[in-house]
Design a protein around this ligand. Sequence first.
Ligand code: 2RA
Length: 376
Amino acid sequence: MMSNFPCFPAPNLPAKTILPNDSVASLRKAAKLSFPAGTWPTFNMNPPHVAIVGATGAVGEEMRRCLEQRDFPVGKLTLLASARSVGKRFPFRGEDLAVQELTHESFAGVDLALFSAGGSISLEFGPSAAAAGAVVIDNSSAFRMDPDVPLVVPEINPQAVKNRPRGIIANPNCTTIISLMALAPLHEAFGLEAVIASSYQAVSGSGAQGILELEEQVKAITAGLPFTPKVYPRQIAFNVIPQVDAFLDNGYTKEEMKMLHEGRKILGLPTLKVSCTCVRVPVYRSHSVSITARFARPVDADAARAAYAGKPGIKVVDDPATRLFPVPLDTTGQDTCLVGRIRRNIVLENALDLWVVGDQVRKGAALNAVQIAEIL
Ligand code: 2RA
């Protein structure tokens, strides 16, 4: 539908695995999971019956693609959505699967349920799926701060998947994931203490509606026609909007406070300080985050670049001499987050400035969920 625009949909991806399977093995090793790749001890059946809840949404569709591209061992795939989507069909491994209506009875026989249909659906149906015996991986914010629900980025805290008393594992917010992909290796090397960040968030973070609003406004403005913003509080075309999600009493938005609360939980740093300004930008896909991070120990740019060596899912793209730095189009449709503009901050002691970019539909949502399933 967005064919007039060069960056959406995401470029065609290779039919097969993007993140090599040895990366799955390295994530499992990091999680200290000793069983060999290709076995799935969590599930009684091998391969598992997988359900995607919210299968017609942007993230639900990307989950289906990730399962296929990464050769996730799916015995059966059930696509679930609201009644109005029943009958829509989607391809999966050469089959044409019909969407079924989500009900509390949908999870009989399901081993793994990937949820991406919003917080209220997760709250209502997640516990039913878990009660039916499925491991639930939830992309909404509904359970993220529940102490009995692990909040997992597989490259950072894979071991947390093992402790899931409610049978539910939460996928963090996209901006949190992308920021932490850059911060976690630095934390390991230098001891993270405080973060000040500004995000540049793509309209696909608001789902198909956000993409449509940007496209329609660009068309209307270039044709000299009037339009009324619907999804965003102000015009998003040729503009930036310093509001993502609802405002809270402290003047921050919910999205901004997620960086603090989720960052603390994932990194296991209850005293981590985070101040964030989240901004919506007229980019179709991939979020960028400008970060100033203060550490316990001295840092410099070379040591920071070295800290990323061998870390899965994050790559340094950083050579000011040749104007090499990551931009959102570089990560669109890609699995790896890119970090650049790494420099010592000249205001604060032991602090760095950096710029990280990642595809928020993939690593910020669908891919992260499938990676969690891979290490169960
Ligand atoms: C956004 N955080 O970009 C959302 C997507 N999860 O608005």
